[in-house]
Design a protein. Structure first.
Length: 455
């Protein structure tokens, strides 16, 4: 079915509450299940699933959401054959004031048009060049990390990824300007979590607005220069990208896309590297196995071909994303009455699927709480029973545009990091983490590094 453009003005900011026909309850008076949603989303989801089955409603933050669990539900919502589910309406609630008009905030034909143009920045040739730019930068940065004492891995990797993003996304070397850009970016991201969304002196929201304005001004000032340059960063690629008729993106579209790409890439990759390092610090055998893999390449700066051949690292990357998908849930808003798994979903209902729940379903995964990267190896291929059982990058039209870039960057980091260091955590340590809005360590992930003989 061909869907016409959505008139977003027809929709209220929040989804309809007319979902009482769906099994479930409204939780505590006024606050519903908000507290448990924040503190223990996996437990809340499991309890409701056991009580009501794979389709139920929850009420959190004054909104009703229909939760749909399992691979079939993931397929119905992500494949969205009849174009019933809007990504924009779902994500706008939290993102439209700070990261407006990004790819995830577009739907159907308009989304397809923009995505096709942006794809040029993620083609193999482009990623090859990002690898060349990133590799020395990562190698140099990690050299200075302290050894023999507890180190907050989260802080270090977040800073490193910001520096790499300044170079690879924006084409900047580490300069004072990069410092201001990083601060502005971090302020903008933090503002997406602000509960108070009005400007008050020094509050999170106003800092975020200022951050966004600085990023906009920076990107705007460089568009013309980038377009005429031979630069190979993502910003330059987006400036030079054209549609089938040879038209460039408008200046505002370039600004919105570049800033959104930074946003989509940053915390997700930080989250992934934290999960991987926690898993490897807790599983020294796998840590050593990856080191052996890098030894076999016999090069300090692997190219894309070598990175693609890092099979054991790929298994670890996949398993970490299974156990700790950065986006535990993926939201949508229904734009026409439909039915999923035998339940009527009314227009304007908020719906959510759960990568996290699906990744632990015992019907699909052997001993799902165990870190077992081999489950993805060709002989076992546990992930291949249902196309939508493993969805750390989502699926369908909005499947992550940066998934290959994220894998390449993570592998490159691990290559340099594990060639330099042995990483450990205290015996019995379990990483404390938030699950929403993103899976991130709440204790900074304390690890200890020990320098090893260069391999
Ligand atoms: C391991 C790291 C990453 C994870 C787990 C991840 C996960 C996701 C998920 C689940 C979605 C779909 C959201 C939805 O359907 O509502 C998504 C979309 C997206 N991601 Fe990623 N992401 C990662 C890294 C990146 C990177 C590095 C970039 C850019 C360089 C990026 C750019 C995007 C963009 C542009 C979209 C929107 C795609 C669209 O709407 O067509 N992501 N990502």
């Amino acid at each position: 079915m061909r869907a016409g453009p959505i008139d977003y003005n027809e929709y209220s900011r929040f989804p309809t509450r007319r979902v009482r026909h769906i099994p479930g309850n409204s939780g505590a008076p006024i606050i519903g299940d908000s507290l448990r949603f924040l503190k223990d989303l996996p437990g809340l989801t499991r309890d409701k699933y056991l009580r009501y089955g794979p389709v139920f409603r929850v009420n959190a933050f004054f909104q009703d959401t229909i939760v749909l669990l399992g691979p079939d539900a993931n397929e119905a919502i992500l494949k969205d054959t009849n174009k019933c589910f809007s990504s924009a309406l779902a994500w706008n609630t939290s993102l439209d004031k700070i990261f407006p008009n990004g790819l995830m905030l577009k739907d159907f034909e308009e989304h397809k048009y923009h995505r096709k143009i942006l794809q040029v920045a993620f083609k193999r040739g482009a990623i090859e060049r990002y690898v060349d730019a990133m590799s020395p930068q990562i190698a140099n940065a990690i050299e200075t990390w302290p050894t023999g004492q507890p180190l907050r891995f989260y802080d270090h990797v977040k800073n490193l990824l910001l520096e790499v993003a300044a170079a690879v996304f924006l084409g900047l070397d580490v300069t004072p300007e990069a410092g201001r850009l990083n601060r502005s970016f971090v302020d903008a991201v933090e503002a997406t979590l602000a509960l108070v969304r009005i400007n008050l002196p020094g509050n999170r929201w106003s800092r975020g607005q200022r951050g966004r304005a600085y990023l906009e001004a920076f990107v705007h000032a460089h568009i013309a220069g980038k377009r005429d340059s031979a630069d190979q960063d993502i910003f330059a690629q987006v400036c030079r990208a054209r549609d089938d008729e040879g038209r460039y993106f408008s200046e505002q579209a370039i600004i919105d896309h570049v800033i959104f790409l930074l946003f989509a890439a940053h915390d997700t990759t930080t989250s992934t590297l934290c999960s991987i390092i926690f898993a490897l610090a807790s599983n020294p055998t796998w840590q050593q196995r990856l080191r052996e893999e890098y030894r076999s390449f016999d090069t300090i700066h692997p190219d894309l071909g070598a990175i693609s051949a890092m099979d054991d690292t790929a298994l670890v990357f996949r398993e970490a994303l299974r156990m700790y998908p950065p986006l535990a849930t993926i939201p949508r808003r229904c734009v026409r009455d439909t039915e999923v798994l035998g339940h009527r979903i009314p227009r304007n209902a908020g719906v959510g699927i759960s990568p996290l729940f699906t990744h632990y379903m015992e019907e699909y995964w052997t001993a799902p709480t165990r870190f077992d990267p081999e489950r993805f190896a060709p002989g076992r291929a546990e992930d291949k029973q249902h196309f939508f059982q493993y969805i750390p990058f989502g699926g369908g039209a909005h499947k992550c545009l940066g998934m290959h870039f994220a894998e390449v960057q993570s592998k490159l980091f691990l290559h340099h990091f594990l060639r330099h260091y042995e990483v450990s955590v205290e015996p019995g340590y379990a990483m404390a983490r938030s699950v929403v809005p993103l899976s991130l360590p709440t204790d900074g992930l304390p690890v200890t590094l020990r320098k090893i003989e260069q391999i």
